[in-house]
Design a protein around this ligand. Structure first.
Ligand code: HEM
Length: 315
């Protein structure tokens, strides 16, 4: 096993690599995100908490039935061209949230998810090795380094990257765990599951923005719907906190729907909304105390995301 690196050191080393990589990828003076750089869309939505939630899940934003205004960002992990295979991202920000936050601004709760239930690396140390390979322009070098092979990572990336017809018909996962409840031992993961009546069945306006076109066509025909669901850790060995590459078995612990996201038709495909989407930022630590991020992978994300956001917005 690799030697553990301190969180401070990881944040510094990752931050440096991310700045070098993203500065080199800048176009028209815009520094892209390190991950999920291609914005498909930012849309407004309603996040409605159900009233039939089991008592043990009624914490934080799920404590009471009701609605929060939400903003969703849908994105591609690596490709600017929507027609290529990729992992898709879904970031959610709830507003008007009551309660104390662990970090960030009062009144907001973020959830950051992507379209595969496991991350391609187990630990932040492996993530740092991947950043170093990307910095040296040798992405495959991370997976196939004879002295430090990452075949499981290669397998996860192979399975996770897919062609999609619409980001509204994809399932998303938090991949890493969160606490549920203040001073609680309850550990959960999140998943966002499509529930729209309408499904996109063929490519709309083939080309590099075809997912944006598919999303637009869907909303013009019908509202979009996602269920927001919670999975509880029932066995710390098979459902670890510290290995982000392990999928928690849904047959052992199923996901419970606690909220429904509804997206109405709206004008999101305009320069102003897309520019705001480009500069906005999400952070898993922008969170109520009751939903505190857990594990070292999450720990490094707090300052890595915050510093990356400052760098790309040139603050
Ligand atoms: C050590 C682990 C990780 C590192 C170093 C990392 C790094 C980053 C960075 C630097 C950004 C761009 C932040 C910004 O400029 O605003 C980002 C965005 C993102 N990451 Fe991660 N990430 C990690 C783990 C994860 C995990 C576990 C997920 C699983 C869901 C994830 C999903 C995303 C998504 C969806 C975005 C886009 C956020 C947005 O819409 O602004 N990342 N990541």
């Amino acid at each position: 096993m690799k030697k553990e690196i301190s969180i401070d050191q990881l944040v510094e080393d990752m931050g440096h690599g991310i700045e070098v990589i993203t500065a080199a990828e800048a176009e028209n003076n815009i520094i892209p995100r390190f991950n999920q750089p291609k914005t498909i869309a930012c849309v407004n939505a309603e996040f409605r908490i159900h009233d039939d939630i089991p008592k043990e899940l009624k914490h934080g934003v799920f404590a009471q039935a009701g609605s929060y205004p939400a903003m969703l960002r849908l994105a591609n992990a690596t490709n600017r061209d929507d027609s290529k295979k990729d992992i898709r991202g879904l970031s959610i920000r709830l507003s008007n949230v009551k309660g104390n936050v662990v970090w960030g601004e009062q009144g907001y709760q973020d959830f950051v998810l992507n379209s595969y239930p496991a991350l391609f690396v187990a630990t932040p140390e492996d993530f740092l090795s991947f950043i170093y390979s990307r910095q040296n322009d040798k992405k495959l070098g991370f997976f196939l380094n004879p002295f430090d092979l990452h075949l499981k990572s290669l397998w996860i990336v192979f399975k996770a990257r897919k062609k999609h017809l619409s980001p509204l018909d994809i399932r998303y996962w938090s991949t890493v765990p969160f606490r549920l409840g203040k001073d609680s031992n309850q550990v959960v993961k999140y998943s966002v599951i499509p529930c729209s009546d309408y499904k996109t069945t063929k490519v709309v306006s083939a080309g590099e923005n075809q997912l944006r076109a598919g999303l637009k066509a869907h909303l013009q025909k019908a509202k979009a719907c996602f269920n927001f669901a919670v999975q509880t850790q029932t066995d710390p060995q098979s459902m670890p906190i510290e290995d982000a590459s392990v999928i928690w078995d849904e047959n052992v612990s199923p996901f419970h729907t606690v909220a429904t996201i509804t997206i109405d038709n709206q004008d999101f495909d305009n320069p102003e909304t897309l520019a705001n989407c480009e500069s906005c930022s999400f952070n898993p630590w922008q969170s109520l105390v009751e939903h505190e991020p857990l594990g070292r992978m999450n720990e490094v994300r707090r300052l890595v995301y915050a510093n990356a956001e400052k760098f790309r917005n040139k603050e």
